[in-house]
Write a protein that binds this ligand. Sequence first.
Ligand code: LLP
Length: 422
Amino acid sequence: MAHLLFDGCDAVDLAREFGTPLYVLSEDRIRVRIRELRETFLDRWPGTSAAYASKALQTLDLCRIVASEDLDLDVVSGGELYAALKAGFPPGRIHFHGNSKTPDEIRMALDGGVGRMIVDNRTELDLLDREARARGIRVPILFRVTPGVDSHTHQYMSTGSLDSKFGIPLDPAVRDEYVEAALRMEGIELRGFHFHVGSQIFSNESHRKALRIVADLAAEVRDRYGFETRELILGGGFAARYTAQDEPEPLAYYTDALMTDLRDLCAGSGLPMPRVGIEPGRWIVAEAGITLYTVGSVKEIPGVRTYVGVDGGMPDNIRPALYGAEYEATVADRHDEPRTRTVTVAGKCCESGDILIRNVALQDPRPGDVLAVFTTGAYTHSMASNYNRLPRPAMVLVRDGKARLSVRRETYEDLVARELLS
Ligand code: LLP
């Protein structure tokens, strides 16, 4: 009866020591990914950079890990920025994104010394200019543009198509208005353009299509305004492996194609090669995380299905309910035993849609077993809620076979701490 080992830690022991549901994150796996990124992208292609997208998973520990690896950091809100600064992340290496930044967030970014603002709309541009002039500074910005390509992923994860709430449409009239305004503004220093086509994308085609469109844009604004694009950010979206059916390509499959294309495109239009950035989130953390649950009930509906109820669910992982996302799991107590039973893993919320995994073959789960769900490092903790007043899980960070608490579990007291009785 062998227990599941996750980077040298016994998953059943972790569940006993720290309780469940429990996010377990491997620092070693994150650093391995970043090493691959460095070797196959940053070192292979001079003039490149990579920013980790905090939205996939942000903790103070993770900010420190990313800083220690010399990556940049994307944030999309005052909250993510606050945490990054609190962790001591160098502000000059932070990029601030978002389609609806508030005036407070913009002021916070400028006061904090954020390195790049990724500008999404005209209101934001005007406000940034005003706030920058008031501080006697020029803010380096990139325009987030909508290249109008479809990325063949879940509709909720596709962001680059024309009908998108993100970015500036490349209709020439709109484009000209933005570029002219930015070049005129004293508080703004336009550095270049940014696009992001979507998330969990297996093929490099949509990134490549978007790049061609944005390289054309760079040539057009050079011809029209003499403006030279110095920086181009190509977004994230590189796929992770969730199930055995997923066959994600290595990062270099995307980046080699994009850098080769860009070199050719620049040579063709006589543009100097800009600095190029990518911003992976999921690709860095998804496979570095697992979630441990305790099985509470096993309910067989004869001739229909067997539900295995666990002590978490959609509040700690909304992805199955929101996107139909698929996961794999194991009974950590009997990891090496044959998978004799096909079951459906159900969360504990009062919601029929709170199903974590449909029809998964497991090692005959029983109440009290520890169930480990794989590839939960991205968009679980960061999207967690308190639905049904479930406290959000703790997170442990595993390194060299040792685990330490990184985020403590929420308490019932935490759940009511913001509420004011009259
Ligand atoms: N850059 C920008 C501008 C983005 O909007 C995103 C993700 C990323 C980078 C990072 O994308 P990644 O490398 O992680 O795919 N909640 C969804 C994913 C939403 C992604 C939003 N933007 C999910 O759970 O699948």
